[in-house]
Design a protein around this ligand. Sequence first.
Ligand code: GRF
Length: 321
Amino acid sequence: MAEKAKIAVLISGAGTNMAALTYASRIGDCPYDIVLVASNDPNAAGLTLAAAEGIPTFALPHRGMNRESHDAAMEAAVMEASADYIVLAGYMRILSDGFVSRWAGRMLNIHPSLLPKYKGLDTHARAIAAGDSHGGTSVHMVTPELDAGEVLAQVKVPIVPGDTPDSLAERVKLAEHQLYPRAVADYVCRWRDPAALLARVRALALALPETDERTSHGSPGFRVGGDKSGKYFAYFADQHHGTPHIALLARTGSMDELLHLVESQPEAYFKPAYYGASGWVGIILNRADVDWDDVAHWLQRSWRSAAPRRLTRMLDIADSF
Ligand code: GRF
């Protein structure tokens, strides 16, 4: 099994979600380990539990510090612990944009509402006041805008007669304790999940003009130019011909370019069976640090070399200036 992802959990309070994440990490073949629990409150109850569980802890009160320096100290502790991901679990601080953007794609949060409903505080009171049939909880990516990043997973929790914000909060936490470990485990495995990788490639490929998808020799292929005369510009290859790679196959300009890529960056590129002979390169997708802008760029380039002239004419003209 692949190495476990290292997770730093940031808390401010009880830390029951941190506890749920920790115990899930101790069961079976959980794909992550908790390497640090850090808090802006040295008295956070969760820190005591983490320490008792033998997990390194770090606490730094934010009072008297500006946001950037407090974030920088928290981030330094996270780096020191060699964490791959930051998981926020009741961390009651707004994070500075710099911190968030450095961890883009590697920072998750759990929020006690069915996002996009009720961002911010008092979610349960607001759901009850609105007469909603359900509250719930959402795990989402952290982006600079509060509680607005991509939602990865949600659970609905019914609001029952006589519910108060506290009674609902307690019920929602039960759901959170199931949801968060599962969502974190799925997320850290996402880069080796063929369905997730295909979905991402498909979204990029089909966003290009006049494209469609068709199966070719058992693999999803992406074509440009219409139903009858379409030409393939990309294939998605899931561990073909004995390779361990899940890959995007795209056209290069020449065999020289292909060989140069494979030689200089063997962790990112390979020469695929059959297709390699005609200059197609394999771009390895099942690795943790794929540059998706680069993947998008390969798709555009490959699209352009396969597209009919009526589609590329404007680009060619733009290039000639
Ligand atoms: C949870 O309800 C979570 O959704 C919210 O803060 C609460 C933290 O609770 N962000 P705990 O400290 O994990 O018990």
